[in-house]
Ligand binder design. Structure first.
Ligand SMILES: Nc1nc2c(ncn2[C@@H]2O[C@H](COP(=O)(O)OP(=O)(O)OP(=O)(O)O)[C@@H](O)[C@H]2O)c(=O)[nH]1
Ligand SMILES: [Mg+2]
Length: 445
């Protein structure tokens, strides 16, 4: 077991420091994100490998002392990192996902677009699967996601995927929440899972696009989202909003999101102010359009955007805030200012994900610590027993004494019976017993 303190398993701070210098050298933002996720995953795997060894040891120990308790349940939770993009409608969530994935996949348009929750995950084959949430029945049947097998669609190429996804994610023209909320809710409650080859998602990341908040359909979508989050707990949430200062709709979107989450995810949220462009920075600083923008002005503009959101969100932290303009980056990936802004966003995203991994590591450590404590307790009581009650010499001596006593008791009993034999024998024969019957005594000792 080694040490009484299992913190040697996961020294996050030093790994993250080493990581940032290594990653700074990667110029391409999406490559940097992929490399970071791979590095985090390698650390996590290392951590879980150690935990598995500890679990094996715990099991073996449990078998010896007769307790079958193990912490397998936690190890099973070594699942993908699930990042949710949520926020008001039209805030650019689907566009940002497409930019992160470097492909035009999610439908995005001028209006209210995504109507269904969509999970994006890696696979070598392209498929669209549909799921429904089966609500909690009893203790043995908790709520779960069930795949509607006969509806799975296998797809040939990326282009076909894009058009098929549009059909299944965009709000259908004939189904309107206000006119027929029941039909809309039934349509919207189908969860879509898209699997396709993706370098970013191959790292073990899952991205979840959630239909944007709007006053008109939040009642239907709230309960769908709540049920979904209950069976598919997100690891982290990116709250995307496009107004520099929160608009009314954006202010309402926050509690609507928070209340649909199973526990307080406020701390694991990254605030992303979308659609911020460097032309705004120019305008703010009286710089003519087309002129070079000093990069430090982009930083001070980020500070301005943050100070505005700070007023609407309690406990907002600058470390969990970023501005982005996904469309600018798609259109002009080589422009220095645009690239700088997108790189800043990716770095903030990487740091935020690093923090999530770190938190997971700490939770794991707490579990290990508890398990170790319980093992040491059992060990101590076993040691105590061995030292005081069950010393092998004492055991041998006690056993010998007991056996001796037993032999003696048996011998006395048998002799008593033998003693009576002649009397009985005589009685049966009608004869008188002889006085010296004791000479025929049976001796067994
Ligand atoms: N200028 C600019 N426009 C953007 C940006 N991101 C998205 N848009 C535009 O904003 C509109 C909405 O974008 P979507 O990505 O569909 O927004 P959404 O948040 O997914 O919306 P819902 O699916 O309704 O929740 C589209 O017309 C996009 O082209 C951005 O970074 N800059
Ligand atoms: Mg969308």
């Amino acid at each position: 077991m080694g040490s009484n303190n299992p913190h040697w398993l996961f020294n996050n701070e030093c790994h993250i420091e080493r990581l940032s210098t290594e990653l700074e050298a990667i110029d391409d933002p999406s490559k940097r994100l992929i490399e970071s996720l791979n590095t985090f995953n390698a650390l996590r795997t290392e951590c879980y490998d150690m935990t598995n060894k500890l679990s094996d040891c715990h099991k073996a120990f449990g078998d010896v002392v007769g307790t079958s308790k193990s912490f397998d349940w936690y190890i099973k939770d070594n699942s993908n990192i699930k990042i949710v993009l949520a926020g008001p409608t039209h805030s650019g969530k689907s566009t940002l996902i497409n930019t992160l994935l470097s492909c035009q996949l999610m439908p995005s348009s001028g209006g209210h677009t995504s109507g269904r929750i969509c999970i994006l995950a890696h696979s070598t084959t392209i498929r669209i699967k549909f799921f429904k949430v089966i609500p909690h029945q009893d203790q043995d049947h908790p709520s779960r996601l069930e795949c509607i097998d006969d509806e799975t669609i296998t797809i040939e190429n990326q282009r076909q995927l894009q058009t098929t996804l549009k059909q299944h994610l965009s709000r259908p023209a004939g189904i309107d929440n206000e006119a027929d909320p029941l039909t809309f809710k039934e349509w919207a409650s189908k969860i879509v899972r898209v699997e396709f080859p993706s370098p970013l998602l191959r790292t073990g990341l899952e991205i979840i696009d959630v239909p944007g908040f709007s006053i008109s359909d939040h009642a239907s979508l709230f309960s769908i989202r709540k049920q979904f989050f209950n069976v598919y707990q997100p690891t982290g949430i990116m709250f995307c909003y496009s107004n520099t200062a929160f608009s009314d709709g954006e202010v309402l979107a926050m509690p609507d999101l928070i209340h649909s989450l199973p526990s307080d995810h406020n701390d694991s949220m990254l605030f992303v102010n979308t659609k911020r462009s460097k032309s705004e920075v120019a305008l703010n600083n009286n710089i003519d359009q087309g002129d070079e923008i000093p990069l430090e002005l982009i930083n001070s503009y980020t500070d301005i955007c943050f100070s505005k959101v700070e007023k609407s969100i309690p406990n907002a932290s600058k470390r969990r805030f970023s501005i982005v303009n996904a469309l600018d980056f798609i259109k002009q990936p080589k422009s220095v200012g645009t690239r700088y802004m997108f790189n800043q966003f990716i770095d903030q995203l990487i740091k935020w994900i690093a923090k999530i991994f770190q938190q997971q590591g700490h939770t794991l450590l707490r579990m290990i610590e508890l398990e170790c404590k319980s093992m040491w307790k059992v060990g101590d009581s076993l040691k105590f027993k061995l030292g005081h009650d069950c010393d092998i010499d004492t055991l041998k001596r006690d056993t010998f004494d007991v056996l001796n006593q037993y032999a003696n008791d048996v011998s006395v009993s048998v002799n008593r019976i033998v003693d009576t034999i002649p009397v009985r024998f005589m009685e049966v024969l009608g004869l008188k017993s002889t006085k010296n019957s004791s000479s025929r005594r049976l001796s067994i000792s």
